[in-house]
Design a protein around this ligand. Structure first.
Ligand code: FUB
Length: 307
């Protein structure tokens, strides 16, 4: 009976999502997508809203979903939890994750407890992660200019091999990473976004993310709670960036968190929304939509109605 009910709910969810032009990638509540293509397979690391209390984002482990084609998705389970980090409290909350592949290793960047970012490493993308250090990579109490809330890490590796870590709530931060991908290389600096209206300037929220196309660096982020996804462009991963406009308007959810991945000449925007039955601000679901560039390199706003 329970299985029948679950099936009915899932069918209902799929229909609802189709009506909105969106399909959640999983029937499991999940958020803050970090999409990557590893060995030709999409890997999406996520905050696990299914295992939180339903009242707050207090899950203590992350979740992984994989797909060969963005249509068929597999729930690959728990790649790691905060328990990997011995310096973290066992009940520290596990928020928006990030991953990277370098030197034959998979790195996982883990915001833990809202005030630290850990880094773990593994030989495979779906598990086996161990702490890459014995302390946090970023620590609000230790590192100058780490900001009020060092969360939402995003890693960008430039063509010259230099890696950058972006993070931060309310003020976006960037810092270079050393070649080991597990140590900071220099000071943490604020990301400068020029050309914002006074109102927009006040509303930088979270979810900083960087990607590059044709020598242009695109900095995307969420404007707050609730959040639009906006973008700015620059000529260096360190900025400054100039505001270019909206990527995604408000959805029916109190947060948003985007990431962009390119594969086989196509670009995809991952984000979260409220698509599943029983969904809400702490029960989010991940969706993906094509991202289209205009001839001048500007991003066409993703056509999802404000809801
Ligand atoms: O999932 C918890 C927090 O909500 C994330 O860190 C933010 O990006 C927001 O989506």
């Amino acid at each position: 009976m329970r299985q029948l009910l679950t099936l009915a709910l899932l069918t209902c969810a799929a229909l609802t999502a189709t009506a909105q032009g969106l399909q959640p990638i999983s029937p499991r509540f999940s958020a803050d997508p970090s999409p990557h293509v590893f060995k030709g397979v999409f890997h999406v690391y996520a905050t696990d809203d299914e295992s939180n209390s339903g009242k707050y984002w207090d899950s203590t482990s992350w979740r992984l979903y994989t797909s060969p084609d963005l249509t068929t998705w597999t729930d690959a389970g728990v790649p790691l939890g905060v328990s990997v980090f011995k310096w973290a409290k066992p009940d520290a909350k596990a928020w928006a994750p990030e991953a990277a592949f370098r030197h034959g290793k998979y790195f996982f960047y883990a915001p833990v407890g809202g005030d630290k970012i850990g880094v773990a490493v593994s030989d495979r993308p779906d598990g086996g992660f161990v702490d890459a250090r014995s302390d946090a990579l970023v620590d609000k109490a230790r590192d100058a200019n780490a900001g009020d809330e060092p969360i939402d890490p995003a890693v960008f590796v430039d063509k010259d091999g230099q890696a950058y870590l972006y993070f931060g709530t309310r003020v976006p931060k960037v810092v270079k990473l050393k070649g080991d991908m597990a140590s900071l290389d220099g000071p943490i600096v604020d990301v400068q976004i020029d050309g914002l209206s006074k109102e927009a300037k006040r509303t930088y929220g979270e979810a900083p993310f960087l990607h590059e196309r044709g020598g242009v660096y695109y900095f995307t982020y969420s404007t707050g709670w609730p959040g639009q996804i906006r973008y700015a462009t620059g000529r260096s991963p360190l900025g400054p960036f100039t505001d270019r406009g909206l990527v995604l308007d408000y959805l029916k959810i109190s947060t948003n968190h985007q990431a962009i991945v390119e594969h086989e000449g196509k670009t995809w925007l991952f984000f979260h929304d409220n698509l599943l039955p029983g969904g809400g601000s702490h029960r989010r679901s991940i969706a993906v939509a094509p991202l289209v560039y205009e001839a001048d390199g500007s991003i066409r706003q993703v056509p999802l109605a404000t809801r």
